[in-house]
Write a protein that binds this ligand. Structure first.
Ligand code: FAD
Ligand code: SIN
Length: 484
């Protein structure tokens, strides 16, 4: 380890790795990763990367993204995403990344909900994330420090000087001219979620401690088709591409009840499908299933190999057997507020990119498969901006070490209680009363004798709840029922 870096990148998903890969080789860069590098949401991504199929499709991709975002997107950010998306994907292909092709050797675009046309590229069938992650890791020219959890930012007078980490049971500071937060979303705050175990809102909490603004934190996306009947924390996602290619959502009598809610049925925007499944389940007590009978076995095994084998290990023979499903937490639209170059306005030399950031592209609801694209596009912008603004004469300040206890007895119990509390009260369907109850309990937990790591989760949960309380009527993924 060096005493001083040009750039520190927190996170080894698409956003962090692609930022690193777009920085000049002669910079002194270190990537920090909480666990193994692949233990991130990028690695588990299935469906693909949404991208305009050509320049003429950009306007329609913008329109679909804005419509899904329900009026809350920043139009300029969406234009950047869709326009520069073409370039970032072309660049990836030129560098040697292999997206799946059709019989004629042309790129195979699939369809996902709320896209007006087929524009989702995929790799390894349904292993887009794994393939992309492997490719970005192979191209990485800078070192990664594994098993390293950032627990604080070193900020003085509106300037960031580095981070404080926990590594190998030791706590120490690492200094740098620029710091990029690419630490992903908030999955572990919820009882049922599709996310990697490393995704637990640490950096959201750290930012809140430093008074850094988060935006749209009530906007949490729940994926409609998840197999939740397994014991481990990360529940098994059943990609939206399955519905895009014909899978149906049915009740135990085989009825496609989604048609009662929206004529687009399985291809309605994600929030509508999730809310419909959740309400139907609650009002009828029916078990809901994903029916894959539109696929032949040979096609299914080839097109969706990961889902086929994962579900086989769980005792399901696909595509013949229907899979019981439930919505589960999937993606955070809100995050650390940035400009279009990933800069955090209130703190110099500090950037955020990827799912942890809110650059305004997703608004109230993310269009399917737009987030890998966001990671690719905005990381290139962040890298350019860092190189332009790198403060070569930055003064060096030494910060004291973090001294508070990170974990205390009883934290695990609180963590599990918090997950249930968030799922019940800040989940798919919210009420004012439920949110107020949850805020009260989170405040109680914050005032208890507890460790500093759980505090980060609590601060982020509180922000989600407070944002939910501020938004009095439903919009996009924030569905608030009655009693306002
Ligand atoms: P991540 O890939 O989640 O990486 C975050 C990194 O930060 C990890 O390395 C983590 O260890 C590290 N980290 C976290 N906290 C700390 C800390 N305190 N200190 C140090 N390191 C830290 N999107 C699509 O566009 N298409 C898809 O098909 C798709 N499928 C998905 C399927 C699943 C199952 C899931 C969960 C998500 C899917 N998404 C998909 C969403 C997409 O994968 C993510 O939004 C995207 O990969 C986020 O990338 P990221 O680099 O911002 O974060
Ligand atoms: C999926 O494959 O359904 C996930 C796509 C996404 O989250 O964008």
């Amino acid at each position: 380890m060096k005493p001083y870096y040009d750039v520190l990148i927190i996170g080894s998903g698409v956003a962090g790795l692609n930022t690193a890969n777009n920085l000049k080789d002669d910079l002194n860069v270190l990537v920090l990763s909480k666990d193994y590098a692949w233990e991130c949401n990028t690695f588990y991504a299935q469906g693909g990367v949404a991208v305009a199929v050509n320049k003429d499709d950009v306007a329609l991709h913008v329109k679909d993204t804005l419509e899904a975002g329900a009026g809350l997107c920043t139009k300029e950010a969406v234009e950047v995403l869709c326009k520069e998306g073409i370039y970032s994907v072309e660049k990836l292909i030129e560098q040697g990344f292999w997206f799946d092709r059709d019989k004629n050797g042309e790129l195979a675009y699939t369809k996902e909900a709320a896209h007006s046309r087929n524009r989702v590229l995929h790799a390894g069938g349904d292993a887009t994330g794994r393939e992309l992650h492997y490719f970005l890791m192979k191209s990485l020219k800078f070192p990664i420090l594994y098993n390293t959890q950032v627990i604080d930012l070193l900020i003085e007078d509106g300037v960031c000087y580095g981070v404080c980490v926990r590594h190998d049971k030791k706590i120490f500071n690492i200094y740098a001219k620029s710091v990029v937060i690419a630490s992903g979303g908030v999955g572990s705050l919820y009882e049922y979620h599709t996310n990697s175990r490393t995704i637990s809102a640490d950096m959201h909490g750290v930012c809140l401690k430093h008074g850094i603004e988060l935006r749209d934190m009530e906007m949490m996306q729940f994926h409609p088709t998840v197999f939740v009947k397994c014991s481990w924390a990360r529940k098994q996602l059943l990609s939206e591409a399955l519905r895009g290619e014909g899978a149906k959502v049915v009740d135990s009598h085989g009825r496609r009840f989604l048609l009662d809610y929206d004529s687009r049925a399985e291809l309605s925007p994600r929030n509508i499908v999730s809310e419909a499944i959740f309400s139907y389940q609650q009002s009828t007590n029916e078990e809901i299933f994903l029916d894959l009978s539109c696929f032949s076995k040979s096609y299914f095994k080839k097109r969706f190999p990961s889902i086929y084998f994962n579900m086989k290990n769980l005792g399901y023979d696909l595509p013949m057997q229907k899979i019981p499903i439930s919505p589960a937490f999937h993606y955070a639209m809100g995050g650390i507020k940035t400009d279009l170059d990933g800069k955090i306005q209130s703190v110099r030399d500090l950037y955020a990119v990827g799912e942890v950031a809110s650059s305004g592209v997703h608004g109230a609801n993310r269009l399917a498969s737009n987030s890998l694209l966001e990671g690719l596009v905005f990381s290139i912008r962040v890298a350019k901006s860092i190189e332009k603004d790198l403060n070569l004469d930055k003064k060096k300040i030494k910060f004291p070490l973090f001294e508070k206890k990170l974990v205390k007895k009883g934290d695990k119990k609180l963590k599990n209680e918090l997950r249930k509390l968030m799922w019940k009260n800040a989940g798919i369907i919210r009420t004012q009363k439920g949110l107020i109850r949850a805020r009260q309990r989170v405040n109680d937990m914050l005032s208890m004798d507890r460790g500093e790591l759980i505090k980060l989760r609590l601060l982020c949960s509180k922000e989600i709840i407070e944002s939910g309380l501020k938004r009095k009527s439903s919009l996009g993924a924030h569905y608030i029922k009655g009693e306002n």
